[in-house]
Design a protein. Structure first.
Length: 79
């Protein structure tokens, strides 16, 4: 089920430090104006969709006092 880990000699770990590179990774490219505009447009579309769904769904979630009626069974009428 569980395998025992094989011990690693300390010399191997010390030797690994010698091979670490001192070269820095290249800088990330800055997004162009078109890419930034596209990201902003996608973000606005998502936010507008969520807000629209909330506005459209609110009437269905609210309890309207004028149309609320009490259900009454025929057995309680005394017939």
């Amino acid at each position: 089920m569980f395998r025992r880990r094989e011990p690693v000699p300390f010399a191997f770990i010390a030797e690994a430090d010698k091979f670490r590179s001192n070269v820095a990774p290249p800088q990330r490219e800055r997004p162009s104006v078109g890419q930034r505009a596209a990201r902003a447009l996608v973000g606005l579309t998502v936010v507008a969709g969520l807000a629209g769904a909330l506005l459209i769904g609110m009437p269905a979630l609210s309890i309207d006092q004028t149309t609320q009626h009490v259900q009454q069974s025929e057995a309680s009428d005394g017939h």
